[in-house]
Design a protein around this ligand. Structure first.
Ligand code: UDP
Ligand code: MG
Length: 139
């Protein structure tokens, strides 16, 4: 499977604080190419569908309420080993534990409001990208 794309979301906390432009600049300055990008406000149902793999987790309800609380920017990014490289770039789930210089360390608030999403495998990157984009919209 092609490993040069990942899927990302700039989450409602980051958009609400006005950090989207700074985060996008960091993403492109680091060498990720934007292959698709769209801003939208997910309904609760859409957020539940996107995070369906987490539905048994204790944090699921809070997560889907947060992700549907305001607009987000969804995007497909290109880079060699995109999934792995992007997750290294954003840092661990909890911003308090994320490495210095990572996006989550710099822009995240807590383990829920951690500023950005990044796919965890090439398979999930394709699935997640196809939740929001058609193949013809991915450059
Ligand atoms: N999350 C949460 N509480 C937790 C763990 C995760 O609210 O204890 C949220 C957080 O926004 C995270 C998302 O659920 O980014 C998905 O969790 P996952 O374990 O997949 O973390 P990620 O892959 O985003 O680092
Ligand atoms: Mg995950």
């Amino acid at each position: 499977m092609s490993n040069d794309i990942t899927f990302s979301i700039i989450k409602p906390d980051a958009l609400g604080r006005g950090d989207a432009g700074r985060i996008l600049a960091r993403i492109t300055d680091t060498g990720f190419r934007i292959a698709a990008l769209r801003m939208l406000h997910m309904t609760l149902r859409q957020a539940e569908g996107f995070y369906a793999v987490h539905r048994e987790r204790p944090f699921y309800q809070g997560l889907v309420e947060f992700m549907s609380s305001g607009p987000v920017i969804v995007m497909v990014l290109r880079h060699p080993d995109a999934v792995e490289e992007f997750r290294r770039f954003i840092g661990t789930t909890d911003p308090a534990k994320a490495g210095p210089g990572t996006i989550r360390a710099e822009f995240g608030t807590d383990v829920r409001m951690n500023a950005v999403h990044g796919s965890d495998s090439p398979e999930n990157a394709l699935l997640e990208a196809s939740y929001f984009f058609s193949a013809i919209d991915i450059f």
